[in-house]
Design a protein around this ligand. Structure first.
Ligand code: URA
Length: 274
């Protein structure tokens, strides 16, 4: 039996909404309420006499099942092929946007490729777009992104700078928002890695900053950002610095002290690497 939605108390309504949000339905898609529990209305009787159904068409003969099943699409091979064929960032963005094998694409509103100056010495790799990024089609534009901008401005780096020495180039491991902002799973990350690798090769930054666990899992094969942060290492032929994600810093302001130490370490590294 369907619940009578008009009689539910506010606590139950809240619990139902929280449950929807946990499933990933965290946005209203229409302005008028719609009772999806309602039975479809019966078509009113029009008085018309039902015509007899036309004779059934002969059932087409099915081909006998072949011994070998159709080969499954090798999504990673296709990603590798598309990425390798892209000779500049615009071509890579187009190829990645058109890649249809990642389920996250179906739930996302926009494809989020990158923002900032592609000639920047510093490339930041985050995890995946959140709600704001999905709406605007740009990485790190929500609350965490605004903190990221302030953090890097403190060492004189900005995504809007035309000067590569003071600029940032920002992207994510995943170009589509995962439902409910869940972490991308290892298979999703692996599938998109050829695009990430090509993105780094084409942008060719001097250093890469890995924001949070997902890019560390993707590039270093390790998680545990609170242990990894601040320790320079190498990946994809570049010096990389793991840092705590600004979303974590918003929830744990005390961790900003270590993030500041990491920013200073980045600044001195940039002075060394010419
Ligand atoms: N968090 C990320 O890791 N990337 C974004 O683009 C936004 C939030």
């Amino acid at each position: 039996m369907q619940p009578d939605l008009t009689r539910l108390d506010p606590v139950t309504i809240r619990a139902m909404l929280d449950w929807q949000a946990e499933l990933g339905a965290d946005e209203a898609i229409g302005d008028s309420p719609c009772d999806r529990y309602a039975e479809p209305a019966e078509a009113p009787f029009s008085g018309a006499v039902k015509r007899p159904a036309p004779p059934a068409a002969p059932t087409p003969k099915l081909a006998p099942p072949s011994a070998a099943p159709a080969p499954a699409v090798d999504a990673m091979a296709e990603a590798r092929h598309l990425a390798a064929a892209a000779h500049d960032l615009a071509a890579l963005a187009e190829a990645e946007a058109g890649f249809d094998h990642c389920e996250l694409k179906r739930g996302a509103r926009n494809f989020v490729f990158a923002d900032g100056n592609p000639a920047a010495r510093v490339m930041i790799l985050g995890e995946a777009p959140g709600r704001e990024e999905d709406i605007q089609g740009k990485p790190f534009v929500g609350r965490a992104g605004q903190l990221l901008d302030r953090m890097f401005a403190a060492i004189d780096l900005a995504r809007g700078s035309p000067d590569p020495a003071h600029a940032l180039y920002i992207s994510n491991i995943m170009p589509w928002r995962p439902p409910g902002n869940r972490d991308p799973d290892p298979a999703e990350i692996a599938m998109m890695m050829p695009f990430v690798e090509r993105h780094v090769a084409l942008a060719d930054p001097d250093v890469i900053v890995l924001m949070g666990n997902t890019p560390c899992a993707a590039l270093l094969g390790k998680r545990g950002i609170l242990r990894l942060r601040g320790h320079w290492t190498q990946a994809l032929g570049k010096p990389v610095l793991p840092m705590t994600h600004p979303a974590y810093l918003l929830r744990n302001p005390a961790a900003k002290r270590e993030a500041w130490a990491d920013l200073l370490s980045l600044r001195s590294r940039l002075r060394e690497v010419t």
